[in-house]
Design a protein around this ligand. Structure first.
Ligand SMILES: *Cc1c(COP(=O)(O)O)cnc(C)c1O
Length: 347
């Protein structure tokens, strides 16, 4: 890997960050007259901790990392955008990403005027390190991987990922939004080994907290401090910080949900395979199934008329004729299957 200062955009390297009132003084005092806040207690009259130290300490314990290896953002989308803004010179640099994958990498790249070089997965939806490394050039700053991948649902091959990480001089961003549904496969335990690895996780899926908008980036402290330097000072609001601290104390509930969803995933896959219009249910390490079927668009529309909304992926590369179906509660999955049994015959 290149030195971080070499990878950074020169303006970001030179940037002096905004210093908030809560930067100048941290600790506790009896009278706060430094931030022009309203002194009357509404529960939320004070600015929140800009570095979310209490939340990071708790996450660090649960994840087995150091607080200094954690960045918290307004969803995973914030660290994705900040990585572009920190490392990619608009109109000059590029990134490499697997295809098909999560749509936000391309959107964030577009907003930042950065070219995305897409590398198609193979027929098993797997990566080939050689192909991905060959797509890079001296202007490539980031490589985006996603495991388990969205919308294909499968884990990427770990040996190939390691070849990419060790063979690339920029940063490798590995999106693990669905990692709770693929136990034992996270690369987080390998963070210390790979100084150019950034692992993204989120509270939006397994933790059941999509509404509070909280995403995590894990990386060596040198990378984390760059993201912290360029974020909005109070990017994580007080409500979100309080609520996630409470939810982190009920990790057993999350583990139970995950177990149920994994069981349901297996059951639903079997049931879907029975339908004569279903051509393939792809193996899934996530909380959704990618299902290839005849007349996928018609079935998508039929289900929508019935009040069951799934995701049409028929226009996505390598996913032609496929729908992406989130694994719901047992009742929801039963309803889906019942509706599919009554699919009107094709004209
Ligand atoms: C759902 C999802 C996320 C989560 O995004 P948030 O902004 O944290 O809600 C990230 N990456 C992938 C691949 C996803 O599918």
């Amino acid at each position: 890997m290149k030195r971080i200062n070499k990878l950074l955009r020169p303006n970001i390297l030179a940037l002096k960050p905004y210093s908030s009132a809560r930067d100048e003084f941290s600790g506790s005092a009896s009278v706060y007259l430094d931030a022009n806040e309203n002194p009357y207690d509404t529960g939320y009259n004070r600015y929140p901790d800009p570095y979310q130290m209490d939340v990071k300490k708790r996450i660090a314990e649960i994840k087995g990392t150091q607080p200094g290896q954690i960045f918290l953002g307004n969803g995973s989308d914030e660290p994705i955008d900040l990585l572009f803004r920190a490392f990619c010179n608009p109109g000059v640099d590029n990134v490499v990403a697997i295809e098909p994958s999560y749509g936000m990498y391309k959107v964030a790249a577009g907003i930042n005027d950065i070219q995305v070089k897409s590398v198609l997965l193979n027929e098993y939806y797997q990566i080939e390190a050689k192909k991905i490394l060959e797509a890079t050039d001296e202007k490539t700053k980031l490589i985006f991987l996603c495991s388990p991948n969205n919308p294909t649902g499968n884990n990427l091959n770990k040996d190939e990922m390691i070849r990419i990480i060790t063979g690339f001089s920029g940063l490798v961003v590995l999106d693990e939004a669905y990692i709770d549904f693929a136990p034992g496969t996270s690369m987080l335990p390998d963070l210390e080994k790979y100084p150019n690895l950034v692992v993204l996780q989120t509270f939006s899926k397994a933790w059941g907290l999509a509404g509070i908008r909280l995403g995590m980036a894990f990386a060596q402290p040198g990378i984390i401090s760059v993201l912290s330097k360029i974020k909005y000072p109070y990017n994580i609001n007080a409500l979100t910080q309080q609520h996630v601290l409470k939810m982190l104390e009920t990790k057993e509930q999350k583990d139970l949900w995950v177990k149920t969803i994994i069981d349901e995933r297996k059951k639903l896959a079997k049931e879907l395979e029975q339908f004569n219009f279903v051509e393939k249910v792809y193996p899934s390490d996530a909380n959704f199934l990618l299902v290839k079927m005849k007349k996928a668009r018609e079935i998508f529309e039929y289900l929508m008329d019935q009040g069951v909304i799934v995701r049409d992926r028929t226009k996505v590369a390598l996913c032609e004729s496929s729908l992406r179906i989130t694994v719901g509660s047992p009742e929801e999955n039963r309803e889906l299957v019942e509706k599919l049994k009554n699919t009107p015959p094709a004209p």
